[in-house]
Design a protein around this ligand. Structure first.
Ligand code: COA
Ligand code: ZN
Length: 284
């Protein structure tokens, strides 16, 4: 029996929010359905954020209820505040993800809050999500470096991750948001975070901007992480690095994990087809 790694698909959300073109709602729905059919156990569908902040996902209220769901698959959506939670609830969400960062500069630019304010804003969201029986996830962005503040200390990442877990996040995803991470950083960051919450609840969210995402995955596996976020066809780019690759591609991650002897339950070819279909829509 080979060991299992959970691959969390974030292409429909993290990927599409970072593409300049907007994909029609029907194509988004088909994309999400194809990803679940490819065997992905978690597919992040969209964001219930301000449509001014992310116009690409302004159709979240239409997209989520239109998805034909598969038994056993989770479909989280991003929510920044109670308003977003109420929209997600009305649209039938079964899981929500809140998001903050390890650096103040990025948190201000992304959600116009301090880190402390963001945690305060999430407390009632997570409380209501848990009452509603939803699965919950929290993101710590800029864990490997911040486009505004520069270097980020592992202790800062661990503090925010610990707070998210204490507020009720079942899983905390530690993100290299701008793809500057180096494999040498991974053990220290993972160890600091695992000091605050069980390692089984820790995911890594690695962007490939610097071309080292798979090396960082390997370092994460070595450090004991068994949950990784990725984006079909590497959708997403990076708003801070025009032309640079986005999230690590799900098909590349899955092939790498299989080569390393891990089991994922995911069909890499089917993921790649789904991603290419959306890329074709983006290209017009
Ligand atoms: N859904 C829809 N609209 C929302 C909303 C939500 N969850 N939360 C706030 N809004 C609207 C407000 O009504 C207001 O609209 P108006 O200008 O027409 O009055 C506008 O968005 C701004 O809201 P405000 O409460 O003043 O907050 P803000 O300007 O400080 O923005 C956030 C805070 C969190 C709402 C905004 O920064 C945001 O949505 N960020 C998300 C960024 C993101 O998704 N990044 C990618 C993930 S890493
Ligand atoms: Zn990301």
């Amino acid at each position: 029996m080979s060991e299992r790694v959970t691959v969390i698909e974030v292409g429909p959300r993290d990927g599409l929010q970072n593409e300049s073109a907007t994909v029609p709602a029907g194509d988004k729905v088909r994309f999400v359905e194809a990803l679940a059919e490819a065997g992905l156990p978690v597919v992040e569908v969209t964001s219930f954020v301000s449509p001014k902040a992310v116009p690409q996902l302004a159709d979240a209220d239409q997209v989520l209820p239109a998805v034909r769901r598969l038994e056993g698959v989770r479909y989280p959506v991003l929510v920044p505040n109670v308003r977003g939670f109420e929209r997600a609830l009305a649209a039938g969400a079964d899981a929500v993800a809140v998001f903050t960062a390890a650096s103040e500069g990025f948190t201000r630019a992304n959600i116009n809050m301090t880190i402390a304010e963001s945690l305060q804003a999430f407390a009632p969201v997570l409380e209501r999500a848990l009452v509603a029986g939803m699965w919950t996830r929290g993101y710590v962005s800029t864990a490997f470096g911040c486009p505004y503040d520069g270097a980020v200390q592992p202790a800062a990442v661990a503090r925010v991750a610990g707070e998210l877990a204490a507020l009720g996040c079942a899983e905390v995803s530690v993100g290299d948001t701008i793809g500057v991470g180096r494999p040498e950083q991974v053990p220290e960051i993972v160890a600091a975070v695992a000091d605050r919450l069980p390692l089984e609840q820790v995911a890594l969210h690695l962007h490939d901007t610097g071309g080292r995402a798979l090396e960082n995955v390997a370092a994460g596996l070595e450090a004991g992480v068994r949950v990784f976020d990725s984006s079909a066809a590497g959708l997403g780019g990076c708003p801070f690095a025009p032309g640079a690759p986005g999230n690590v591609a799900t098909e590349a991650l899955v092939r790498f994990l299989h080569e390393q002897g891990f089991e994922t339950g995911v069909d890499a070819e089917a993921v790649e087809r789904a991603g290419q279909a959306v890329r074709a829509r983006l290209a017009g």
